[in-house]
Write a protein that binds this ligand. Structure first.
Ligand code: NAD
Length: 264
C-alpha cells in the first residue's frame, strides 16, 4: 500500500512535540501540507523549521494558539481557515487522587482535552462535507476504556472524545468524510519521557527501568512490555487519513500494545 496525501492539507493540534509532532511528520512524509500548532512562538517556529528540513518539498506552517481557550481555538480557525485533515491531538494529564481534584482541575482539563476538538470539528467539518472529502481523527487513549484511578478526570475526557467522534461520524454519514479515534497506550512522548526521566533520576535507575516499573505497576496487561513509540501511533493516524482508509469511520483504533484486555 502506497499512501499519498499530496494535495491535502492537515491541521495537527498540539504538534510541537510528542505524538502530535510524529503525526505532523508522518502526514508531511505522505505529502500533505501541515499546520503545526503549539502555545509558544519559539516552540512552534522550531517545530516548523525541523519538519520543513525533513520534508523540504511540502508546505509546513505554524499557528501559535492555546487551544485550552475559546480565543485560542478562534485564532487557529482564523489563521488556518480550511483543512482536509483535522487531528485533534492537543491534550494533557495531571495525575492526582480523586479527592484532590478541584472543580478547576476538572473544567480546565475538559477545556483542553475535549473542547479544543469540539471547537475545531465545528469549524472544519462543514467545509469538509461541502467538498465531499475529509478526515478527522481524535487522539483519545486506552484510558478512555480503562479509567486510571489516579486520573479519573483524564479518563473522563478521553471517553468523551470517543462519544464525540462516534457521534460526528454519524452526523457526516455518506459525505466522504470519516471521523475516527485512536487509542494509544503508554507512549514515549515528551511528557511521558520527562516523567520517566524524573522517576529515573529520583530513584537512581535508568529511564528504561523506570518505564518497566511503570508498566508493571500501572499497565501490567501490556502485551509488548514496552512503551509504544510516537511513530507507531502516527502510523495508524496516517493510515486513517489515507484514501485507502475510506471504509473506516466511527471507529476507535487501538495502538495500546494490547493493554486493553478485549478483542474488539
Ligand atoms: P506531549 O505533552 O508530549 O505533547 C503535547 C503537545 O501538545 C505539545 O506539542 C504541547 O505543546 C501541545 N499542547 C499542550 N497544551 C496545549 C494547548 N493548551 N494548546 C495547544 N497545544 C498544546 O503529549 P503527548 O503524550 O504527545 O499527548 C498527545 C495526545 O496523546 C494527548 O491528547 C494525550 O492525551 C494522548 N495520549 C498520550 C499517551 C502517552 O502515553 N503519551 C497515551 C494515550 C494518549
Amino acid at each position: 500500500m502506497n499512501i499519498s496525501l499530496a494535495g491535502r492539507k492537515a491541521v495537527v493540534t498540539g504538534s510541537t512535540a510528542g505524538i502530535g509532532r510524529a503525526i505532523a511528520e508522518g502526514l508531511a512524509r505522505a505529502g500533505a501540507s501541515v499546520v503545526v500548532n503549539g502555545r509558544s512562538e519559539g516552540r512552534v517556529a522550531t517545530a516548523v523549521a525541523e519538519v520543513k528540513a525533513l520534508f523540504p518539498d511540502v508546505e509546513i506552517t505554524g499557528v501559535v494558539a492555546d487551544l485550552a481557550t475559546k480565543e485560542g481555538s478562534a485564532v487557529l480557525a482564523a489563521k488556518a481557515p480550511n483543512t482536509d485533515i483535522l487531528i485533534n491531538n492537543a491534550g494533557t494529564a495531571n495525575p492526582k487522587p480523586f479527592s484532590d481534584l478541584t472543580d478547576e482541575d476538572w473544567l480546565g482539563l475538559f477545556q483542553l482535552n475535549v473542547m479544543s476538538g469540539v471547537r475545531a470539528a465545528r469549524h472544519y467539518l462543514p467545509k469538509m462535507t461541502e467538498r465531499g472529502w475529509g478526515r478527522v481523527v481524535f487522539i483519545s487513549s486506552e484510558s478512555a476504556l480503562a479509567i486510571p484511578k489516579d486520573m479519573i478526570d483524564y479518563g473522563m475526557t478521553k471517553t468523551a472524545q470517543l462519544a464525540i467522534s462516534r457521534g460526528l461520524a454519524e452526523t457526516v454519514a455518506g459525505t466522504g468524510v470519516t471521523v475516527n479515534s485512536v487509542l494509544p497506550g503508554p507512549t514515549n512522548s515528551e511528557i511521558m519521557s520527562n516523567w520517566m526521566a524524573g522517576t529515573a533520576r529520583e530513584q537512581g535507575i535508568t529511564q528504561e527501568e523506570a518505564e518497566q516499573q511503570f508498566l508493571k505497576a500501572m499497565r501490567p496487561t501490556t502485551l509488548i512490555n514496552r512503551f509504544t513509540s510516537t511513530e507507531e501511533v502516527a502510523n495508524m493516524v496516517v493510515y486513517l487519513c489515507s484514501e485507502q482508509a475510506s471504509g473506516t469511520t466511527g471507529s476507535a483504533m487501538r495502538v495500546d500494545g494490547g493493554v486493553l484486555r478485549q478483542i474488539a
